[in-house]
Design a binder for this molecule. Sequence first.
Ligand code: NAP
Length: 255
Amino acid sequence: MVVGLVSGRLALVTGAGSGIGRAACQVLSREGATVIAADKNYDAASETITKHIALACGANDIGDHSAMELDVSNGKSVQNMLQAIIAEYKTPPRIVVNSAGITRDNWLLKLSEEDYDTVINVNLKGTFLIMQTFARAMTEASVAGSIINISSIVGKYGNIGQTNYSASKAGVVAMTQTAAKELGKFNIRVNAILPGFIDTPIVKTVPDKVKAQMLKLIPLGRLGEPTEVAEVISFLSSDKSSFITGAAIDVTGGF
Ligand code: NAP
């Protein structure tokens, strides 16, 4: 067994088929957690387990890690996943990472109602459904836990073309702070991370001109790597952060 920051703990990561979620799976497993990689794209989540975690551990063995199909914006899908996890592991996860997220960018004046709703449903309602379902399961099983919600720095400052996205991410911070206040008495900590520009597929939709302007505003002069966010996720998952709850931590290279 790997001895690390979160040895022996069960961790659920949403959006685990790509980017920050995939990196979180790698780092949490390196630190000794058993990882459930959940994503809308089952094949991608499965690849996280069979290729990326196995490689990172230097083994071909996927151990007790598993992949699950999940649509965070759908309450039934979230409930089905909880039942599948309890059936397989006999306990709810102690670590829950909400990394599933999408963009549908457009100018405020052109943004469709559908694109507004889609982004709010995945990024904000999805975070709510996962938090409510798994915090409930933790309290019922008397399990202490740590929930980490991936917001965004644009939730704090706004960003051109991201009315829907920035609103969803500001909501995630407010939701995190409220959940932390309500769940502290159950020994469940809830924190948010606000990444800046991280080199993942989601950033590929940002026009090169905008990206070049953004780079000038980042004191460290580069995009972040998904692992640099995942290391903070691992810290917040572990007892090293035992007195931190309701926090919103920027991981932006100084942006
Ligand atoms: P990513 O590489 O696109 O990963 C997001 C993953 O979430 C994808 O695998 C995606 O699947 C999945 N997903 C989308 N909708 C879902 C749903 N309804 N249910 C379950 N899974 C779903 O993006 P990322 O950069 O890693 O982003 C992870 C989180 O960080 C997001 O919340 C994002 O908003 C936030 N963030 C990212 C940055 C950045 O610069 N990268 C900055 C700030 C915040 P599909 O690919 O099939 O859609």
